[in-house]
Design a protein around this ligand. Structure first.
Ligand SMILES: [Fe+2]
Length: 254
């Protein structure tokens, strides 16, 4: 787990969801591309990222040796370029049967070695299945963060669905691009409602490249400032992520 002093030294935003480790999923294709992604992230005020390569049984199962080799390589390159930029390792876990066992066995990375895990589902998965799966993770002693909540049709049908998940110990992440309006106004409106109700805990970039799916935050932050306030921006892009990196409760006071 990261050193607390190191975490306290991070200035700026923290992205808990991105695909910057090259050659291990459908994210970055080279160290060069990763560095271009970091340039964009840096310009957007990001100073730390938790790299979350996809973990999906039968699809993305890069071995840890490859992931770590590529991770440490970019970590070294990033440190040369931006000494004040930190990266950590995690996974974006596509939930399936056996995921909890794989977590116990260490075959899946939690976020930066903490108890927090980033979990995704298929957009059409039933609410009941998503709930049960997330509770299974909670009961196993991990703290699930639901990746890009806006994608799950049944979850998004009512804010009460999200509320129930949160009450049971699930945290919620949305993508910056959704707040920037890239997925349409209707879904942005729903996400803003959740944010105003305190039902969203993290904004991630879910960056996959330095092109269309890059780690941009500017439009997202502009919109948030228009509709909410600086405290909300700080909470969703920094404070809660700091708690994750320190493996603390999200609601704990600083
Ligand atoms: Fe992702």
């Amino acid at each position: 787990m990261p050193d607390k002093e190191l975490i306290n030294s991070i200035e700026g935003y923290i992205d808990i969801h991105c695909h910057i480790v090259p050659h291990v999923d459908d994210g970055s294709r080279s160290s060069g591309q990763t560095l271009r992604m970091i340039d964009i992230a840096y310009r957007n005020g990001i100073r730390a990222m938790i790299a979350t390569p996809h973990y999906e049984v039968g699809k993305y199962e890069a071995n840890h040796e490859d992931i770590e080799k590529n991770f440490f390589k970019i970590q070294r390159l990033i440190a040369e370029r931006y000494p004040d930029f930190n990266i950590f390792l995690g996974n974006e876990i596509f939930f399936s049967y056996g995921v909890v066992d794989s977590l116990y066995e260490g075959a899946i990375y939690t976020l930066a070695g903490t108890s927090y895990v980033l979990v995704e589902f298929s957009p059409n998965d039933k609410l009941d299945y998503i709930e049960k799966s997330l509770y299974e993770i909670v009961n196993a002693g991990y703290i699930p963060i639901l990746a890009h909540v806006e994608r799950y049709f049944e979850v998004m049908k009512s804010h009460r669905n999200v509320e129930r998940l949160v009450d049971e110990g699930v945290y919620i992440q949305t993508n910056a691009s959704t707040i920037a309006g890239r997925n349409g106004r209707a879904i942005r409106k729903k996400i803003m409602k959740l944010i105003k109700k305190g039902l969203v805990h993290f904004i991630g970039t879910d960056a996959h490249s330095d092109g269309k799916r890059s780690p941009e935050l500017e439009e997202c932050i502009d919109y948030l400032l228009k509709k909410t306030d600086e405290d909300t921006v700080e909470l969703l892009l920094r404070t809660n992520a700091m708690h994750v990196l320190k493996n603390e409760d999200i609601d704990e006071e600083e």
